[in-house]
Design a protein around this ligand. Sequence first.
Ligand code: CP
Length: 322
Amino acid sequence: MTATNYSFAKPHFLGIAGLNRPEVESLLELADRYIELNRRTVKISDKLRGLTQINLFFEPSTRTQSSFEIAGKRLGMDVINMMVQTSSVSKGETLIDTAVTLNAMHPDVLVVRHSASGAAELLSQKVDCAVINAGDGQHEHPTQALLDALAIRRALGRMDGLRIAICGDIAHSRVARSNVALMNLLGAEVRLCGPPTLLPSDADRWGAEVFHNMDEAVTGCDVVMMLRLQNERMDSAAIPSAREYFRFYGLDRARLAKAGKQALVMHPGPMNRGVEIDSELADDPQVSLITGQVEMGVAARMAVLDMLVSDRADSDRAGDAP
Ligand code: CP
């Protein structure tokens, strides 16, 4: 596989903001090809052999961290997962000192998740390698948006002209911000829905129509994407109770019936079953793309890694040993 015919010339992958449509389409096309590789029994390429990837996750993760690890390994990279809890961060070492220290070991890619918005961009200014944003605070989660677009395109054949509702805790969601930007770029009509306490004050400027009534928001939609209530990012309870929340803002079959006939359900995970989404609906493969989203995550991240650093692998291939 080669990325030479694709259009992507950025040193880092920090957000969907700043990308153009050809760049996103190039990533999606390359990711499509990696899906095929990932479905083989032997899933290995030596495309990035000899390069080093460090995963630096300051916040918990199941999907993003493991799929970045698998993606790097399937491309032949040496992948190191920094255990932040047992690293010198626990002794007070700063984010920047940690990154500069790792940079001195000459990694080629640093994959960063951090609770502070802008953390990945800050690190990109301090290191020589490519930096990938694996989620920064409430700002962006660009590889999640990419994998979501991949899942939608494979299920429905396109993004152009689709009507998509993103519902739930928008205020704390980097997934929502990245998805709105990417869906707009690819020509979808996006709706945001949640209680006023869980919608950011500037939501009407994101490029989406804002709803507070869930039944109205999902009407006529091709895709309904539910978001997790991020209790860990809330100072105080933004909802009266989980039961009340589900009644007004949860997705079940009755509510989904108001969307388009073939409407699909998505959730980036992890899910609060019975809070934002009905458990049985989430597990129904006829309507739910949720497991498929996880599969797409590996391919989307392989495409990002390939686009960012395959030039390094090509240029250094001759120098096997000093
Ligand atoms: N969707 C997502 O970012 O999941 P994780 O927190 O498990 O990585």
